[in-house]
Unconditional design. Structure first.
Lengths: 968, 77
């Protein structure tokens, strides 16, 4: 007899490519039954359809899918059960002890054929020219039931001429092929949680409708693709498949957008990517996706890709295309000359949170070993560096504590300064699933984020605080926990340092931290704060999720520690359903931090000042490592302007667009003698570069990414790099040219070196990744298969350390000149600086950044929707179009930074977190007024951009060269 | 070194001090600040702030001044 138990771990033989019909049951009680004479034991609550699939018997089905609850509408999965009357649908029938099921006999065959005959009587017979041909469940089932004729004819009333909706740029909706199985409608609700689709009408008139009979594009549809994937016909079909035909092979890889790190099957025709299909075996996404990962991959083959290495003498000179050898030799010579002239510390580099772990590791190794200094930093500086500092200080490890799945056991979900539905959409869908099951939601955010509007979720508590007052808020929450007896004394006593705890307790219990005292600071009524604190403190399982709204403040690190205090005080650490979870912005922010990108830390967060750590690295690397930390990104800029920092190697980060105070960044970049940029496009930073090294996309290389839950996932190459080299190969070539030899044949060898030197990675290898699918670090002798939940028994620093978190107001304050607070964020369809998504149809959803302003602030200034607004801060001015919105409080304005010409970062200041220099993007005092033309910066930007594009164009290059000789 | 660079360093250290004032009396707070700078600041930045404290130091907060003194001592040691 076959035995099956536990959904994921306990059905290890499950094949992610197979559909088992209905979702798994989590019951631990096993039930035994017989299906077509085969004995099988399955968890109580399993459907007969799933039990049969587990036994290797495939009952025909159309409306069932194992990512959706059973629906029982198509009736194709009918079976006979001994002792029961009729033909029950096996998808809606749970197994019972001793049940004897027959899945195939003459009566069932006839019944199924009759059902299919009815379906096909209202379905076109254009199989040969249909885009689903070769991958159509309807066709398969017709074949399986042996349908041979349709006695009803095709002349009767039908839906064959229903109008096609082509409004969505990525998929088409052809209702003429629809069988009204409702899988799309259910996927939109159950999987995605948007509920944009419905079945409109009744009986024969039933049809799938987006919104209230709107075209898909005008409806609430967020284009996640769940409906397209669920469709058993070609009703909902990717346009890329309609164009190219069915793919012929596929490779499992990891998405290169946000920190959720979804697994996808890249479905290919030769080296052409036809579509990305979310992979059910992916532990982060379980077969779900969002509009970016699922559809926005066209940038990889965009005409704007940099296809050849290029060099130039100055940023006003035209680019010259050269061979790889020439470009590398040019770059190496520049770096060596700079060091000879200005000293060892005059150069540095930046690693990328979009590149692989192996590539990031190699860049910091190049800097520490070949440059001979620690001037390495990464874009995490401007997003999650306070997470590293704050969590390491309190919990002993610079990472989130849970798996994403852990949220399914949370009773209260506390979201602080994060907007998951836009920035981490696939995880937001999982959160919403939990909210629909009844978990409570608390949101601390100046804006009313969409998570608060979760359909069928319980009502959330929203604490709309003033930007910059997070610490005051978290202290008030902790004050209530402590003074209302909501602490978990047993946890505190057994798991935390008593000295730090008593210091903290005395501090937090002080009256000045009470919600009543802090109300004047945060602007949130004390009663509401108390209600939220109780909801978190009294929850069985309270889970905290936070984003850049926590870290990107002058007290970002303090806030992270405040969050850890809150979790420790309530014992919400060390099991499923609880924890402290930073939501990482980019695909490999976690990895780039893990890999030693920060100037003070070698891989695995090991301080460069520790002689024992250095000794181990020196032995393997064969060089002396500087014992002093290097410069961080903002320090590099200051040093560049001061003239002591002269050259930089930058891999895959657009600091000229993403970093604050753009004019300051531009001044720093212009001051460099040599800027080497490795990127896939001519981004804003490359316009200041002297060497351009073509980068490769995630589709063009092998490696690993580490997502927000510490999960190391494989990235697999599906096409050749456009310029011939993967990014790690380019870094290697540069190192060799600088005289520090590197010789890796494959990224797996780099990972082997990482494993040798990083105590939390000792068990990681490509072999193990292939075997397990993914690994959550720490993975070592103690945790051979990785660590889904951290700190279960103790902390890496033995006991948890409470930290005193006094509130210090930001220096960025409003006054009469700058009376409003600007805060910045992201939107679903665009990703970060937009270099990738702006080059896809995603721009149809967001083609420009706008300034959201509250109706009362707008009225005061005579502003109407769509007006051009000049936004000025203490450091700069830009112009954006107005959107009137009451999502913010009066006095707060909001924008995104996805388009370079918007100049959102021209206005953000270089005010930063006290501990890590993470910029305070979330608080800028501004004034807003109506204007009639772009700002001075924008006009300059336009001109400069045009000129730089011209310098890249081969024809213009030629013309410029002629001009130059004419001048001589 | 530019004025801007020095101004930023002064702003940074005063901000670190401000966020560590809760560590009991001044000397204790200064010790925490000095340790922070030792752990996270680059060699050149440390030297610049030490030079400033020795030559002028007027814009340093009391805790910052103590911290730089402590830092200078450990650098020499």
């Amino acid at each position: 007899m076959l035995h099956f138990y536990d959904p994921r771990k306990a059905e290890p033989s499950l094949n992610p490519d197979m559909d088992y019909g209905t979702p798994p049951s989590a019951s631990e009680t096993l039930v035994s039954l017989f299906i077509d004479g085969t004995g099988i034991s399955v968890p109580e609550g399993t459907s007969v359809l799933r039990a049969a699939a587990l036994a290797g018997i495939n009952i025909p089905k159309l409306c069932a899918s194992d990512n959706l609850e059973a629906f029982g509408s198509c009736r194709l999965c009918a079976v006979e059960i001994e002792g029961r009357r009729g033909y029950p649908a096996s998808c809606t029938t749970p197994v019972t002890e001793g049940m004897a099921v027959t899945t195939q006999n003459g009566k069932l065959a006839k019944l199924r054929r009759n059902i299919m005959e009815l379906y096909i009587s209202d379905h076109p017979l254009d199989c040969l020219t249909c885009p689903a041909n070769g991958n159509c469940e309807l066709q398969d089932v017709a074949g399986a039931v042996g349908l041979r004729e349709v006695r009803y004819g095709f002349e009767g009333e039908n839906h064959l001429d229903a109008e096609v909706d082509d409004s969505n740029p990525y998929f088409s909706f052809d209702p003429g092929k629809c069988i009204v199985c409702s899988r799309c409608v259910r996927a939109c609700g159950e999987v995605q949680g948007t509920f944009a689709l419905t079945i409109d009408g009744r009986g024969f008139g039933s049809r799938v409708s987006a919104g209230q009979n709107d075209p898909f594009m005008d409806s609430e549809c967020v284009s996640c693709g769940a409906c397209v994937q669920a469709c058993p016909t070609s009703t909902l079909m990717e346009k890329s498949v309609i164009e190219a035909g069915q793919p012929e092979h596929s490779v499992v890889t990891t998405c290169a957008y946000c920190g959720v790190g979804c697994s996808f099957k890249a479905e290919m025709k030769g080296d052409q990517l036809v579509r990305m299909v979310p992979y059910k075996g992916g532990e982060a996404n379980h077969g779900h996706s969002c509009v970016k990962g699922r559809f926005a991959f066209g940038y990889a083959t965009h005409k704007d890709r940099i296809r050849e290495p290029m060099i130039r003498a100055s940023i006003n000179a035209p680019w010259e295309a050269v061979s790889w050898e020439e470009a590398i030799a040019f770059a190496a010579k520049k770096l060596k000359d700079t060091q000879a002239r200005y000293g060892r510390e005059s150069i540095g580099g930046i690693t990328s949170s979009r590149c692989t772990n192996e590539e990031t590791y190699l860049v910091q190794k190049l800097i520490r070993a070949a440059f001979g200094n620690n001037n390495t930093d990464t874009c995490a500086r401007v997003c999650h560096s306070p997470t590293g500092f704050g969590l390491k200080t309190t919990l002993g490890e610079s990472a989130g504590t849970q798996t994403f799945d852990s949220v399914m056991k949370a009773d209260t979900i506390l979201v602080i300064g994060a907007n998951p539905t836009d920035a981490h959409p696939v995880f937001a869908s999982q959160m919403r699933r939990r909210l629909r099951q009844g978990a409570k939601l608390i949101v601390i955010d100046p804006r009313r984020i969409d998570l608060l509007k979760t359909p069928h979720g319980s009502e959330g508590i929203h604490l709309p605080l003033r930007p910059g007052t997070n610490v005051a808020m978290v202290n008030s929450l902790a004050h209530v926990i402590v003074t209302e007896g909501l602490e978990d004394k047993a946890f505190i006593e057994s798991r935390c340092e008593p000295k730090q705890y008593s210091e903290w307790r005395e501090f937090i219990a002080g009256q000045r931290n009470s919600p009543e005292a802090m109300e004047v600071v945060t602007g949130v009524p004390a009663g509401l704060v108390r209600q939220a604190a109780r909801a978190y403190g009294e929850a069985g399982n309270g889970a905290i999720y936070y984003g850049l709204g926590v870290t990107e403040h002058s007290q970002g690190s303090t806030m992270v520690m405040g969050i850890a205090n809150l979790a420790m005080a309530t014992g919400n650490i060390g099991r499923e359903g609880v924890g402290v979870n930073p939501l990482r912005g980019q695909n490999n922010v976690q990895g780039s931090c893990d890999m030693g990108s920060f100037p003070h830390e070698l891989p695995g967060y090991q301080h460069v000042g520790d002689p024992a750590v250095r000794a181990r690295f020196q032995e393997v690397w064969g060089v002396v490592i500087d014992e002093e930390p290097g410069l961080r990104i903002p320090n590099m800029f200051d040093a560049a302007i001061a003239g002591s920092f002269k050259a930089m190697y930058l891999q895959g980060e657009d600091i000229a667009q993403s970093d604050p105070n753009t004019q300051h960044v531009e001044a720093a970049l212009s001051a460099l003698d040599c800027l080497i940029v490795q990127d896939i496009f001519l981004n804003e930073t490359t316009k200041y570069a002297h060497v351009l090294l073509p980068g490769s996309t995630f589709l063009e290389k092998n490696g690993t990414f580490t997502n927000a839950e510490r999960r190391i996932n494989r990235v697999r190459k599906v096409m050749a790099p456009v310029a011939g080299l993967e990014d790690w190969e380019v870094t290697m070539a540069l190192s060799n040219a600088l005289g520090y030899p590197m010789d890796y044949k494959h990224p797996s060898e780099i990972m082997d070196e990482i494993a040798r030197l990083t105590p939390t990675f000792t068990g990681v290898s490509y072999e193990k990744l292939d075997e397990l699918g993914s690994i959550q670090w720490p993975c070592n002798e103690e945790h051979p298969d990785g660590t889904p939940t951290m700190h279960t028994l103790d902390f890496p620093i033995s006991k948890g350390r409470f930290a005193v978190t006094g509130y210090v107001a930001s220096e960025e304050k409003t006054n009469r000149r700058f009376p409003l607070l600007l805060t910045t964020g992201r939107i679903l369809s665009q990703y970060n600086v937009g270099a990738q998504t702006r080059r896809t149809e995603n721009s149809r959803w967001h083609h420009e950044d706008v300034l959201e302003i509250h109706p009362s602030d707008a009225e005061l200034r005579g502003i109407r929707e769509g007006d051009w607004l000049g936004v000025s801060s203490r450091v700069g001015q830009t112009v954006l179009r107005a959107r009137i919105s009451d999502r913010m409080l009066p006095g707060v304005v909001y924008t995104t930074f996805h388009h370079p010409g918007s100049g959102a970062n021209v206005i953000t200041t270089d005010s930063s977190d006290w501990a890590t220099n993470c910029p305070e993007y979330k608080v800028t005092a501004v004034q807003v007024e109506k204007v009639s033309q772009p700002s001075v910066w924008q006009r300059h930007f336009e001109q400069f951009s045009k000129r730089q594009h011209k310098l890249l164009d081969p024809a213009a290059r030629q013309a410029e060269a002629t001009d130059v000789s004419a001048l001589k | 070194m530019s004025d801007q660079q020095l101004q930023n360093l002064i702003k940074m250290i005063n901000q670190i001090s401000m966020n560590n004032l809760h560590h009991g009396e001044e000397h204790q707070a200064a010790e925490v600040v000095a340790t922070h700078i030792k752990k996270f600041w680059a060699r050149s930045m440390k030297q610049q702030i030490i030079n400033y404290a020795e030559s002028d130091g007027l814009e340093l907060s009391p805790v910052s001044r103590l911290a730089v003194k402590r830092l200078a001592e450990t650098q020499e040691a």
